[in-house]
Design a protein around this ligand. Structure first.
Ligand code: ADP
Ligand code: ASP
Ligand code: MG
Length: 401
């Protein structure tokens, strides 16, 4: 067989010696079936957080290039250890850094995007009969510097390698049995999904379901990657992410939560044309993504504009707007970090009326106030107080499942 399989193992799957041997056994099974195996590994357990804490201890304002070099060592450690375990099992394995696997990225340290993958080295290792154990989450830019791809992005390394190598399947091994109707750690009776569409998974991942990195789903959709999410511990049948899934009884496939956001409100802007353009073009010029946007009706010649940004962009956003709002004639700017986004996602909701109102009813029955609402064909998102977020998830999940 000349088929290629990509198997990605998250932090909990490689957190200690026992788990590393467990992973080595999973890889060995595929190798013995005749697959060329590329295993992509994450840093062990909370290693990335520990490295970040160390960096902050020394210099919280350290330049991002140094930070990326530091963070890349977490995945390098895992790759070397997993390769050593395979060697112990008597299998030929070689650990490689992202750059050695040809992952070329842009220069955005900390959240680089993959531009191109040169598969030469990996293919030559396959030709020699080697299992490749690759450090996920990283690549190299045009300056020959190591970059990282964003938190949780080992998934993206794996799916991108699957696309470049035209792999038969890409398996994402994690610490839950697959993709659930919501985070099973918040709602213990959440249901495991056998299938989910790329579009639904992309929305869920973007809206906070970190079981898959959202860019990994984007790539999987674009290149029709045969993607499966499953547990490295229970080894049960996981969740298949694919183009089309047969209609379900429920119009909602999943519920997600995102607490990594802040709300910004610009108060008392003049009620004249061009204001929204001026504000949001200012932000987009600095690559700041805004999410839910709400504008009030003008009254007495002024109105308010509110929107959300990811927390890591809050300081930059305020820096850009602080002086600018006086120039455009607004009176004040206020922020709130104590908020969370709660969303329902499902391709079926487009054709079923009443889905949003059922969600709002569940919140009303739990006395949870909605600050902002945003909808698309396949999702409804509300902004609520952070303290209410888990209760909101449970109430909404109970209403639909
Ligand atoms: P890994 O280290 O394997 O990449 P992550 O912690 O990144 O694992 O992702 C797995 C976690 O995602 C689960 O432990 C779970 O708490 C969380 N999660 C959030 N939403 C969902 C969901 N809808 N289905 C499954 N897991 C989810
Ligand atoms: N180790 C990195 C992180 O913790 C990447 C990953 O796990 O996917 O974000
Ligand atoms: Mg992850």
């Amino acid at each position: 067989m000349d088929s290629i399989i990509i198997q990605k193992f998250g932090g909990t799957s490689v957190k200690n010696t026992e788990r590393i041997f467990n992973v080595a056994n999973i890889i060995a099974e595929s190798y013995q079936k005749g697959y060329h195996v590329l295993a992509v590994v994450s840093a062990q357990g909370d290693h990335t957080d520990e490295l970040l804490a160390k960096a902050n201890e020394i210099n919280p304002k350290a330049n991002l290039r140094s930070k990326d070099l530091l963070l890349s060592t977490g995945e390098a450690t895992s790759a070397a250890l997993v390769a050593m375990a395979l060697e112990k099992l008597g299998l030929p394995a070689i650990p490689l850094m992202g750059w050695q696997c040809g992952v070329e990225t842009d220069t955005h340290y900390g959240s680089a995007h993959i531009k191109r993958i040169n598969t030469e080295r990996v293919l030559s290792e396959f030709a020699k009969g080697n299992i490749v154990v690759m450090a996920g989450f990283q690549g190299v830019n045009i300056f020959n510097d190591i970059t990282t791809l964003g938190r949780g992005a080992s998934d993206t390394s794996a799916v991108a390698m699957a696309a470049a190598l035209k792999a038969e399947i890409c398996q994402i091994y994690t610490d839950v049995d697959g993709v659930f109707t919501t985070d099973p750690r918040i709602v213990p009776n959440a249901k495991k999904l056998d299938f989910i569409t790329y579009d639904e998974m992309l929305e869920l991942a973007t809206l906070g379901a970190n079981v898959l990195h959202n860019r990994s789903v984007e790539i999987a959709k674009k290149y029709h990657i045969n993607l499966e999410v499953l547990s490295s511990i229970t080894r049960k049948q996981g969740t298949i992410v694919q183009e089309i899934v047969s209609a379900d009884k429920s119009p909602v496939r999943g519920v997600a939560k995102d607490e990594d956001i802040a709300r910004i409100s610009i108060i008392g802007v003049p009620d004249i044309p061009g204001i929204a353009f001026k504000i949001f073009s200012k932000l987009s010029s600095k690559n700041i993504n805004v999410d839910i946007i709400l504008q009030s009706i003008g009254r007495n010649g002024t109105k308010d504009i509110s929107f959300t940004v990811v927390k890591s962009n809050l300081d930059t956003t305020l820096g850009l707007l602080k002086d600018y709002i006086t120039i455009i004639g607004a009176s004040n700017i206020v922020t709130d970090c104590n908020v969370a986004k709660v969303s329902i996602v499902g391709a079926g909701m487009e054709f079923q009326p009443g889905v949003a109102s059922k969600m709002f009813e569940a919140l009303y029955q739990n006395d949870i106030n909605i600050q902002m609402i945003s909808t698309s064909e396949i999702k409804v998102t509300v902004l609520v107080n952070k303290e209410n977020a888990n209760q909101a998830i449970r109430a909404i999940h109970a209403a639909f499942f």
